[in-house]
Design a protein around this ligand. Structure first.
Ligand SMILES: Nc1ncnc2c1ncn2[C@@H]1O[C@H](COP(=O)(O)OP(=O)(O)OP(=O)(O)O)[C@@H](O)[C@H]1O
Ligand SMILES: [Mg+2]
Length: 274
């Protein structure tokens, strides 16, 4: 199981994976503003928060995310520090400890002079995001990957986790459809009490709202039933609570998708089978 340590010098602060980065290697990486890491970097995508890269470094392929400085409003007084990078790094260790799949985190570093934080994790080869995979143009078998997703949402929930950033775009799946990983872990939390069914309802609706309304009615219901069956097997429900679960998740899905309770009373937004 991986373990992490703090590293600090006059110029920067870092958390690093002690099993994957030896102290000498770390000093080498952190020298010269990480320039070495960016030498063989290919940009993957950019959002208002971050720039993500695929990087070849020291014989390995890594994922590197460079967080942009926090906006004026959200800026903390100290050093324009946005905590997402360090939160994601620590959350990856928490997930790994409970055997929930996520790319192994290697390094989180804060560089005050450029007001940036950089997160480095393992790169997962040949993946696509779950929202694309469950979308209607996809070559994936949605029954097969729906079951994989359901099983992992139950594992995530039963281990006590929840996440305000959980959505299908933040779950990646191998093209062989046999593995998935939770990514983008900055708004994750952990409950120390027994997992509640209401938290599972919101975990499922968060994970599903981007693709649920693209599925046929039958496929959408089948996916919710897969979530229920996996949770039933894990001891979260009793058999007769299926209808209540389906109803609660659908209401939550509509709210998330259409941002309003109104949509429930608008016939245009109601599925045929409701
Ligand atoms: N470890 C990884 N291996 C392979 N690809 C990854 C990995 N992590 C992320 N990706 C790819 O990079 C994309 C962006 O990653 P991520 O979701 O962390 O950032 P983001 O959503 O662009 O940023 P943010 O939400 O913080 O603004 C993902 O959609 C996924 O396609
Ligand atoms: Mg994301």
């Amino acid at each position: 199981m991986s373990n992490f340590l703090k590293y600090k010098n006059t110029r920067l602060k870092a958390l690093y994976n002690v099993e994957r980065l030896k102290a000498d290697k770390l000093k080498e990486i952190l020298a010269d503003d990480l320039a070495g890491l960016f030498t063989h970097a290919t940009e993957i995508c950019e959002t208002h928060n971050a720039l993500s890269y695929k990087v070849d470094f020291d014989g390995e392929t890594l994922f590197l995310k460079s967080y942009k400085p926090a906006t004026k409003l959200r800026r903390s007084i100290r050093e324009h520090f946005s905590p997402s990078c360090f939160d994601s790094f620590q959350a990856a260790f928490e997930l790994e400890e409970k055997e929930i799949p996520t790319p192994t985190a290697l390094l989180a570093v804060h560089i005050p002079e450029i007001k940036k934080q950089i997160l480095v994790t393992d790169f997962c080869q040949d993946t696509t995001s779950m929202d694309m995979a469950m979308g209607n143009d996809s070559a994936f078998d949605t029954v097969q990957i729906g079951a994989l997703l359901a099983e992992h949402l139950v594992r995530f929930h039963m281990a006590g986790f929840y996440s305000r950033h959980l959505r299908s775009a933040n779950i990646i799946i191998s093209k062989a459809a046999d593995k998935l990983w939770f990514i983008d872990l900055d708004k994750m939390g952990h409950n120390w009490y027994l997992p509640k069914t209401s938290t599972f309802t919101s975990t499922v609706s968060r994970a599903g709202f981007e693709f649920f309304f693209l599925l046929s009615d039958a496929a959408a219901d089948a996916w919710l039933k897969q979530c229920f069956t996996s949770a039933l097997e894990a001891g979260l429900f009793t058999k007769d609570s299926e209808a209540a679960f389906l109803d609660a998740v659908k209401k939550d899905l509509y709210k998330r998708r259409f941002h309003t309770k109104e949509s429930l009373t608008n016939p245009a937004n109601i599925r045929q089978d409701d």
